[in-house]
Design a binder for this molecule. Structure first.
Ligand code: HEM
Length: 593
């Protein structure tokens, strides 16, 4: 979703010396009238696929075709209607097709093991990035779009030299993949707020390229890097050096390049205040957004920022393993092959092996990196590490370290963030104290809020220790060989340690240190969480950023119930809330505590 009024912004661009003949097709016009659209079905490699199609009332042969690619979680029909494509198509005379991506439960992967509720949760549609045919049982998005273009050419004799793609967010990523892989079909693409970088892959011929981005992306701080993307397209299109300035309407900055090879152009338009945003007025769960942020953070910290294309692939593998790991049936792990290749355990093992293979390939490539010694990321540091006898770690050892960090380091922090927001939104006084403090530039109450969140909603409920020598604790003797489980959740709610222990009261930690052994959300002793400071630091950045960007209201009157998910305690509804207002990021400079 875009924040500023993209209609005016982009309409103004038609006066600019770039893509004048094509830009008009990328315009989002928000108008009232809507027209009937058709939902079409097509079979791609045995998978039933759908797309919305709008033909202007007066269809003529030789019309242009625009393929619109929705963002993650969206769908084609809604984009056509809500973003004004239909009206624009009527006015300008073009055909517009909006394919639907598949969700992870969309006929591709039979998920018979899931409950209805879980199935509903998995109905978020998403494009299958680079290895289109290899993903999730063969969701061949590229073939779907080729079929749509070919069908439009056959049925309506569209002008093959006027076929364009426009996409927002994940759809923008997909539009680039199309331009790279299907340059024979598309002459120009417009990408809006891409949230992922494409892997370098030179198109078979130059394709004009427009990148629209916002300078206000508070919730996806680690999204795609426009410069990297632009450099790729400039190289593909053999463009001259960037020209300095271009006339731009207020609130916009334009960098244009051209003519490039075959008369193509590359243009970058930045709009003040535009960015990815949570929907206003519509309930949504915070936890998935937090997971997306913390996964981005941990992947960048571990692998560094340069490996952007493979980073996406790694992220996918991690999500596949975590997704399957949430399935309680995996706990009944069995290698019994009679349960078949679709049994949860078999799928888990497949996903794990794919992740391992991707990690080992990353490790091997990194060992040969010429700048290994200069790099500051965790993977490079692990590869440079030597034991007392000067030995380096093997690939498998490094891989295991990476797996531990990747998994220990992102879901826990994301869930703690979701809890923090859930609690704050249900305790308006605590929330206003925090906002007031942040506005004043301090962070004591923020630290107290984080500590109180981790006290009253510890994500990990207990730790365990194998007792090697009999030990006396209070009146009890714990024999050697027993497993002792200090219970974080119960200890942190003891009435003798905390007044009104079940209440969320950040004030209790303002200027106060927690009681000795009474606060250990990160475990303790020699095996205490290695990422405790990292997680707290991340929370100290994310919480203020979110509070500065949006005003949130909880969906339910009561805080979320605690639900166990694998070994963690999570908000039962993912911490559902509603954005009631947004601040203008340009008007409120970001202050990081
Ligand atoms: C709020 C977020 C987090 C919570 C609540 C949390 C909690 C925990 C807990 C309870 C343990 C077990 C400690 C014990 O047995 O005493 C643990 C271990 C661990 N955590 Fe975290 N963690 C968080 C974030 C992170 C992050 C961000 C990283 C990495 C960057 C990380 C890396 C680890 C590692 C490597 C271990 C294993 C330590 C060992 O066995 O020596 N954790 N964590």
């Amino acid at each position: 979703m875009l924040k500023c009024d993209p209609v005016t912004a982009v309409d103004e661009m038609q006066r600019l010396p770039f893509l004048t003949s094509t830009i008009v097709l990328f315009v989002f016009a928000l108008t009232d009238a809507t027209h009937a659209r058709e939902l079409r079905k097509v079979d791609i490699d045995g998978v039933p696929r759908t797309y919305a199609l709008h033909m202007p009332k007066r269809v003529a042969s030789g019309m242009p075709l625009v393929v619109v690619l929705h963002g993650k979680g969206g769908d084609g029909g809604t984009d056509l209607e809500n973003l004004g494509w239909q009206d624009k198509a009527e006015r300008e005379g073009f055909i517009v097709a909006a394919p639907n991506a598949l969700s992870s439960y969309d006929g591709v992967e039979p998920r018979r093991d899931l409950t209805i509720r879980d199935r509903l949760r998995r109905t978020v549609r998403d494009w299958r990035g680079q290895n289109l045919a290899q993903w999730d049982g063969g969701a061949n998005d590229q073939a779907l779009i080729a079929a749509i273009v070919d069908e439009a050419a056959r049925q309506y004799a569209i002008d093959r030299s006027s076929v364009y793609a426009a996409g927002f967010s994940r759809g923008a990523f997909m539009a680039q993949v199309l331009a790279q892989k299907m340059a024979d079909r598309f002459v120009a693409v417009a990408v809006i707020s891409p949230n992922m970088e494409p892997a370098p892959s030179t198109p078979s011929r130059p394709v004009s390229f427009l990148l629209l981005n916002g300078d206000g992306d508070p919730v996806f701080p680690l999204g795609a890097r426009p410069k990297y993307i632009l450099d790729l397209w400039r190289t593909y299109n053999g463009c001259p050096a960037p020209s300095d300035s271009h006339p731009a309407p207020p609130g916009m900055k334009i960098e244009a390049m051209g003519p490039c090879r075959d008369g193509t152009v590359v243009e970058y338009v930045v709009m003040a205040g535009v960015g990815h945003e949570w929907p206003v007025g519509k309930p949504f769960a915070l936890r998935p957004s937090m997971q997306s942020i913390t996964l981005d953070v941990i992947v960048q910290v571990i692998f560094g920022v340069e490996t952007s294309a493979r980073r996406d692939e790694l992220r996918r593998h991690i999500l596949a393993v975590t997704g399957l790991g949430r399935n309680p049936l995996v706990l009944f792990a069995t290698r019994d092959r009679r349960l078949g290749s679709h049994a949860p355990w078999a799928r888990f093992i497949r996903a794990r092996d794919a992740l391992h293979a991707a990690l080992v390939s990353e490790i091997r490539q990194r060992r040969d990196a010429p700048d290994l010694e200069q790099r500051g990321d965790v993977l490079s540091q692990l590869l440079l590490a030597r034991d007392d006898e000067g030995r380096a770690m093997t690939d498998d050892e490094v891989r295991d370290e990476l797996v531990t960090l990747l998994f220990a380091g992102h879901e826990t922090t994301a869930t703690s963030l979701a809890w923090a927001f859930d609690l704050l939104l249900h305790h308006p006084r605590a929330l206003s104290s925090l906002v007031a403090e942040l506005d004043g530039g301090a962070s004591e109450y923020l630290d107290a809020t984080i500590m109180e969140t981790l006290r009253v909603r510890p994500v990990v409920a207990l730790v365990d220790r194998h007792v090697r020598q009999a030990v006396g604790i209070g009146r009890h003797t714990i024999p050697a060989g027993a497993i002792a489980c200090p219970n974080i959740y119960l200890v942190q709610r003891r009435a003798d340690l905390y007044q009104d222990p079940a209440a969320f009261r950040p004030d209790r930690f303002v200027g106060q240190t927690p009681p000795a052994f009474g606060w250990f959300p990160f475990g303790g002793g020699i095996r205490r969480c290695l990422g405790a400071s990292f997680a707290t630091f991340e929370m100290r950045i994310v919480i203020p950023e979110v509070l500065r960007a949006v005003t949130l209201r909880p969906v339910s009157r009561r805080p979320a119930r605690v639900r166990r998910e694998a070994v963690t305690f999570v908000p039962h509804d993912g911490a559902r809330c509603v954005v009631t207002a947004r601040s203008q990021p340009t008007a409120r400079p970001s202050k990081t505590p």
